[in-house]
Ligand binder design. Structure first.
Ligand SMILES: [Zn+2]
Length: 78
């Protein structure tokens, strides 16, 4: 948790790492958690809605950018 009660990406590193080792998960999350016309996340849904970008999208983006920055490293993918 950060001082303002939100989540910093440092707290989500384990989620990013989890996504990185799940084959196709990053791509799947990015494909599902898109911005809908009302500004909510289409993938999260729910009655109240979740503003996009949601935490899932943010983590997937972080995982994807990690791959971009470490293109020389063999991904731990199936
Ligand atoms: Zn979402």
């Amino acid at each position: 948790m950060t001082a303002d009660g939100g989540f910093g990406m440092g707290d989500l590193n384990f989620v990013v790492e989890f996504m990185l080792v799940q084959p196709g998960m990053v791509e799947g999350v990015l494909a599902a958690h898109t911005r809908s016309d009302n500004g909510d996340c289409a993938g999260c849904g729910g009655v109240q809605g979740v503003k996009w970008p949601c935490v899932h999208y943010s983590c997937a983006r972080a995982a994807a950018s990690w791959c971009d920055r470490h293109a020389d490293v063999t991904p731990l993918r199936g």
